[in-house]
Ligand binder design. Structure first.
Ligand SMILES: Nc1ncnc2c1ncn2[C@@H]1O[C@H](COP(=O)(O)OP(=O)(O)OP(=O)(O)O)[C@@H](O)[C@H]1O
Ligand SMILES: [Mg+2]
Length: 181
């Protein structure tokens, strides 16, 4: 049976890591949470350029594991549709299924959870201001029905021969090595 690559989508505090930990046990799936690597490597500096490099290697690892038959959960957030489309496409090239899981959250509940979490587990998370939370919500692209149902996959943006090429530019440590079967 093909493996499944779960793409966990949602803003900070939406409950992504909580849900990913659940799938880790129930699927069961290899859970890849970039924050855990980012914090282990760089503490609370959270450098954005390094995050992209960390994520790229985790994606490469995830796709190899899926190719070998292991379910994988990518606990990344995936704010943009292009990010999600590229990984759905790459998953298909390694013979895996993919599933977009969207966790919605209201601004009030988000502020409550993020504040509570930072008060109780400051070593496992980053501090976030109200201005940041508000700005991030304007950048977030809510998944549409086609993504949630796993139907139509949009073509790669113009200028990119494949979604693999697009993904390797979005995540520079991810090799442009995926080809449609
Ligand atoms: N369904 C839920 N109902 C109530 N509280 C929840 C729920 N899911 C998660 N939480 C709580 O909300 C807080 C944030 O959850 P979690 O860390 O899973 O979010 P996240 O989406 O991974 O956030 P981040 O993007 O910052 O990593 C945690 O304290 C968690 O215990
Ligand atoms: Mg998390």
């Amino acid at each position: 049976m093909p493996a499944t690559v779960y793409l966990i989508v949602g803003l900070p505090g939406a409950g992504k890591t909580t849900h990913a930990r659940h799938l880790e046990l129930t699927a069961p799936a290899l859970r890849l949470t970039p924050d855990e690597w980012q914090i282990a490597l760089f503490g609370d500096e959270n450098p954005e350029d390094k995050r992209d490099l960390v994520e790229g290697k985790l994606i490469q690892l995830a796709m190899r594991a899926a190719q070998l038959g292991t379910d994988v959960v990518l606990d990344f957030g995936f704010w943009s549709q292009a990010e999600r489309s590229s990984l759905r496409w790459i998953a298909s090239t390694v013979g895996a299924h993919s599933q977009v899981i969207y966790l919605p959250i209201t601004p009030t509940e988000q502020r409550r959870r993020v504040t509570h979490r930072f008060a109780t587990t400051p070593d496992q998370t980053f501090q976030m201001t109200d201005a940041e939370l508000e700005h991030w919500s304007t950048l977030f692209e809510t998944p549409d029905d086609e993504e949630l149902l796993g139907t139509d996959l949009p073509p790669a943006p113009s200028g990119y021969p494949t979604w693999s090429t697009w993904a390797s530019q979005r995540w520079p440590s991810l090799p442009d090595q995926y080809v449609a079967p």
